[in-house]
Design a binder for this molecule. Structure first.
Ligand SMILES: [Zn+2]
Length: 151
């Protein structure tokens, strides 16, 4: 079990991270400011990799007719399903990605707050840089059933 101080500082970092992401929108000035803020809580490599994914139109946002969204990030070797907002009230885990580094760096070692895919989805959403695709209702269901890990 983690000491209380460590848990609180993790929580603080999460708040800073959320605040940094909120700074981003489609205008240039906020981009510079947001990147500066992110650098306080995430490694440069994660930030650069996330921005690179966005530049390559790698963030795909599937929308259903009833307004649900499902995100996928096209990495260099695989496509990962990203769930950026699991439960805002949860202090344990607020997002999820199916990539291996999320499992190791975020869930097991807790050395990172999020992987580049989750960051890419959060930022692309803020900057309206997602590739939006409509999705048939049945195939979304299959996607979700196939990708969400067992509890
Ligand atoms: Zn990931």
């Amino acid at each position: 079990m983690m000491p209380i101080e460590a848990t609180q500082s993790q929580l603080h970092l999460r708040h800073v991270l959320q605040a940094s992401i909120q700074v981003f929108d489609s205008d240039e000035g906020s981009f510079e400011e947001g990147v500066e803020m992110l650098r306080a809580v995430l490694p440069d490599t994660t930030i650069i990799a996330a921005l690179d994914l966005i530049d390559r139109d790698g963030v795909v946002k599937y929308s259903t007719s009833w307004g649900q969204h499902h995100y996928e990030v096209l990495g260099t070797t695989s496509t990962y399903a990203v769930f950026p907002h699991l439960n805002a009230a949860s202090t344990v885990i607020s997002s999820y990605c199916t990539c291996p580094s999320f499992a190791y760096a975020v869930l097991i070692s807790e050395s990172h707050l999020m992987c580049k895919h989750v960051l890419a989805v959060c930022l692309a959403d803020r900057m309206s840089r997602c590739v939006v695709r409509p999705i048939e209702d049945d195939s979304l269901l299959l996607k979700l059933m196939g990708r969400i890990p067992p509890p």
